[in-house]
Design a binder for this molecule. Structure first.
Ligand SMILES: C[S@@+](CC[C@H](N)C(=O)[O-])C[C@H]1O[C@@H](n2cnc3c(N)ncnc32)[C@H](O)[C@@H]1O
Length: 629
C-alpha cells in the first residue's frame, strides 16, 4: 500500500524510541522483534555502569497521549510568504518567523534543525487560571485507536479523550501540552545547547520534574530567580510574590556558562609593582583558632618589628612558613596602626579567570516587567501586548552561551518577539551573527482591545510588526550596520483534502483515492517546502531551479525534486545529459531523486527507473530514486 510521506498509522507512544533502541542495540531484540530487557541490563553492567534501584517518575492522565503526540509526524504543510521573503532585506536572511501551532512547527523542523539550535528560550502560558490557557488540539482519535497507539486500557483512553476535548486547564492538561513540545525541543538542541523556560509558581514544581524526565536530572543547571515588579501586589495572604523563575537545563555537553566579566576598576599600581596592577585582599580566613591552630599566631612586620595579634575567630590565611614567603615576595602590606589588619596584594595578572560566576539571582542585571511593556510601547506606539519580557532578560542570558558567531536562538512561544529583538540588538553590539527562529500562533486578538483597534488581528501580526520595527530602529541608529536584519516568514497550512487519509479507512478502499495530480501550483510549492525541511534542508535555503526542457525541477546539493506534472521524454533526456555532464557542471552532482508520485503515471515511472538503472550501470554511480506520496 502506498502511504504518504508523513504517514502516522504505525506511530505509537514508543515507536520512535524502540527504533532508536533497535538501531543501537539490535542484540537486545529477538527474531520476532520482542525486546529483551535483561540483555540490555547485562550489556550496560558489563561496563561498570552504576545502577540505581531508587527511581521515581512523574505520572499524569494524558502522559501516554503526550508521548504519542511527540512521536507523530506533522499533519500540516509548510507554506512560504513569497512576497515578504522576496524583499531585498529578507532574500538572504538566516532568520525565521513561523506562524502556526508550535507543536506542528517543531515537528516540521525536527530533521533540518536536528541538533542545530544553541539556545532555546520559551515563555509558555503559565496556567495561572486567568491567562487563557486551555488544552486543545485537533487530533481525532477514537477510544480504540488511542488505546492501541498509546498502549493503554480503553478506560484510560476514554478519560484522556474526555479531557483533551473539553478545554481543560488542569495540571494534567498543561503537562500534556508541554511534554511533546519540550521533547522535540531537546532533539533540536545542539550537544552543548541550553533551554531556558520562564515560569511562575503555578507550574514550576510540575515543570521541574517534567524537565528532569525529558532532559535528565543531571542536566539541570539552575532555577534563575527574576524580580518582575518593584511595587508589591495586593494578596489575600499578605505575601506579594514579586519574582518568577527561569528554569535552565542543558542538553548535556555544555562546558559551562561564560559568567560575568570581572570589574577591574578597583585595580591600580600606585607603587609601580613590576607584577602590574593589584587590589588589597583579605589575609585571614573564616576559621577559629581551635579549627586551625597552626594559623593562629602573632604576625610580625620584619621591617618595623610591629606585632599584629591573630583574631581567634578569624585566623591568618597561611601557615607561618607560607606567610614568611608572602612577606619576602612583597605581597603583604602592613598598616602603621597595629589595631588594623595586614592585607595581601592580589595581582590582576595572577587571577585564575577574568569572569565571575553568573548569580542565579538575576535581579540587578535584568529589568522588570515594566521595562518589557515600555519597550513594546515605544516601538509599536501603544499597549498592544501584556506579556512582553524585558529584552535585558535575553541580552543577559544569550551571551552566557552563544560563543560561535553563527549560533541559532529559538523561541517557540514568541509573543511580541522580544527574543528576536534581543538577538538583533546583541548582534549590533557584539558584531556576531546569531540568527533566530521564532514561532507564534496566529491567536486571535479580542476586538475590544487597543491592539485590535491599532490594526492587529492576531498575536502573530504583533510579533511580525515588533521585529520589523526593531530592525528599522537599528537601521536608523546604526546606518552603517551591515548585519542581518531581515527574516523569512513561513506558516503551517492544512494539507490538501484527503492527503493524509485515515489508514483504517484506506485499507478497505482504493489506496490511491487521493488524486495528487489535482494540486495547484501553490499547493505544489507548499509540498516542496515541506519536503525540503523533511529531507534536512534548512528553511532559509532557496532551492535552485533546474530547467529540463521546459520542465522545472528543484535542486539542493545532491538532491533533485521532480514535483510538477508534465515530465516528458524530452525532460528525461535532458536530465540524463545533465547527469552525464557532472564532470563539467560540478554543481549538478545529484545522488538522490525525489518525485511526487501522483504526477508520474506508471509508464513514466517505469521509463525513468529503467533509464536511471541503465545510466547507473554504465557510470557505476548510485542515484537513489524515491517516488514519494
Ligand atoms: C507569555 S507569551 C510570550 C511573551 C514573550 N516572551 C514576549 O516577550 O513577548 C506566550 C505566547 O505563546 C503563544 N502561544 C501559546 N500557545 C502556543 C502554541 N501552541 N504555539 C505557538 N504559540 C503559542 C501565545 O499566543 C503567546 O503569544
Amino acid at each position: 500500500m502506498t502511504k504518504p510521506f508523513n504517514d502516522n498509522s504505525e506511530v505509537t507512544a514508543i515507536s520512535t524510541q524502540i527504533e532508536i533502541l533497535k538501531k543501537h542495540f539490535p542484540q537486545c531484540f529477538d527474531k520476532h522483534g520482542a525486546f529483551m530487557p535483561d540483555k540490555l541490563q547485562a550489556l550496560v553492567s558489563e561496563h561498570g555502569t552504576a545502577f540505581s534501584k531508587e527511581s521515581y517518575s512523574l505520572n499524569w492522565l494524558g502522559k501516554s497521549y503526550a508521548r504519542l503526540l511527540a512521536n507523530e509526524n506533522p499533519l500540516t504543510f509548510l507554506s512560504e510568504d513569497k512576497v515578504h521573503n522576496q524583499k531585498p532585506e529578507n532574500k538572504n536572511t538566516e532568520n525565521l518567523l513561523i506562524k502556526g501551532d508550535n507543536l506542528e512547527v517543531l515537528k516540521h523542523l525536527k530533521s533540518a534543525y536536528h541538533e542545530q539550535i544553541k539556545m532555546i528560550y520559551i515563555d509558555p502560558p503559565y496556567n495561572t487560571g486567568t491567562d487563557g490557557f486551555v488544552y486543545q488540539d485537533d487530533r481525532k482519535f477514537t477510544v480504540d485507536e488511542l488505546s492501541r497507539l498509546a498502549g493503554i486500557e480503553s478506560d484510560e483512553a476514554k478519560r484522556i479523550l474526555d479531557f483533551t476535548q473539553s478545554k481543560a486547564n488542569s495540571h494534567s492538561a498543561w503537562l500534556t501540552f508541554m511534554y511533546p513540545r519540550l521533547y522535540i525541543a531537546r532533539e533540536l538542541l545542539k550537544d552543548d545547547g541550553v533551554i531556558f523556560i520562564s515560569i511562575d509558581d503555578n507550574e514550576v514544581a510540575q515543570l521541574r520534574v517534567l524537565c528532569d524526565e525529558i532532559f535528565g536530572e543531571q542536566n539541570f543547571i539552575t532555577e534563575f530567580i527574576w524580580k518582575r515588579r518593584a511595587s508589591s501586589a495586593m494578596a489575600d495572604n499578605n505575601v506579594s510574590t514579586d519574582h518568577e523563575y527561569v528554569i535552565t537545563y542543558q542538553k548535556g555537553g555544555l562546558k559551562g556558562f561564560q559568567g560575568i566579566e570581572k570589574d577591574f576598576k578597583s585595580y591600580s599600581n600606585p607603587d609601580n609593582d613590576p607584577r602590574g596592577s593589584w587590589v588589597l585582599g583579605d589575609l585571614t580566613v573564616g576559621m577559629t583558632a581551635a579549627m586551625r591552630p597552626n594559623q593562629a599566631y602573632d604576625l610580625v612586620d620584619p621591617k618595623t618589628g610591629k606585632i599584629y595579634p591573630f583574631n581567634p575567630n578569624r585566623v591568618w590565611a597561611f601557615i607561618p612558613q607560607s606567610m614568611a614567603k608572602m612577606i619576602e615576595e612583597g605581597r603583604v602590606i602592613f598598616p602603621d596602626d597595629t589595631d588594623k589588619r595586614p592585607m595581601q596584594k592580589r595581582f590582576k595578572a595572577e587571577l585564575k579567570g577574568t569572569y565571575n560566576p553568573l548569580s542565579s539571582l538575576i535581579i540587578d542585571k535584568v529589568g522588570l516587567n515594566s521595562e518589557g511593556t515600555r519597550q513594546i510601547q515605544s516601538l509599536l506606539g501603544g499597549n498592544v501586548f501584556d506579556y512582553s519580557k524585558p529584552a535585558s532578560l535575553l541580552t543577559t542570558l544569550i551571551p552566557q552561551l552563544c560563543i560561535e558567531s553563527k549560533d541559532i536562538i529559538m523561541d517557540f512561544f514568541a509573543g511580541s518577539g522580544t527574543t528576536a529583538h534581543a538577538v538583533m540588538d546583541l548582534n549590533v553590539e557584539s558584531k556576531n551573527n546569531y540568527s533566530f527562529i521564532m514561532v507564534q500562533l496566529p491567536e486571535l486578538i479580542d476586538k475590544k482591545t487597543e491592539a485590535y483597534k491599532a490594526g492587529y488581528k492576531t498575536i502573530f501580526d504583533i510579533t511580525k510588526a515588533r521585529i520589523e520595527k526593531a530592525a528599522e530602529k537599528i537601521k536608523t541608529e546604526h546606518p552603517d550596520y551591515q548585519g542581518d536584519l531581515g527574516f523569512k516568514i513561513f506558516e503551517t497550512v492544512p494539507m490538501p483534502e484527503g492527503y493524509l487519509v485515515d489508514h483504517e479507512i484506506l485499507k478497505s478502499t482504493d489506496p490511491l483515492f487521493f488524486n495528487g495530480s489535482n494540486l495547484n501550483n501553490d499547493q505544489l510549492d507548499d509540498l516542496l517546502t515541506t519536503w525540503k525541511v523533511y529531507d534536512g534542508i534548512a528553511l532559509t535555503v532557496s532551492l535552485n531551479l533546474i530547467d529540463l526542457a521546459g520542465y522545472s525541477a528543484y535542486q539542493h546539493q545532491k538532491i533533485l525534486y521532480l514535483i510538477q506534472s508534465g515530465f516528458s521524454h524530452h525532460a528525461l533526456v535532458i536530465l540524463l545529459q545533465k547527469l552525464d555532464d557532472t564532470d563539467k557542471d560540478k554543481a549538478f552532482d545529484i545522488e538522490r531523486l525525489v518525485l511526487f508520485a501522483h504526477n508520474f503515471d506508471s509508464k513514466h515511472q517505469r521509463e525513468l527507473k529503467e533509464a536511471l538503472t541503465h545510466y547507473q550501470n554504465k557510470k557505476s554511480k548510485n542515484i537513489s530514486v524515491e517516488f514519494r506520496y
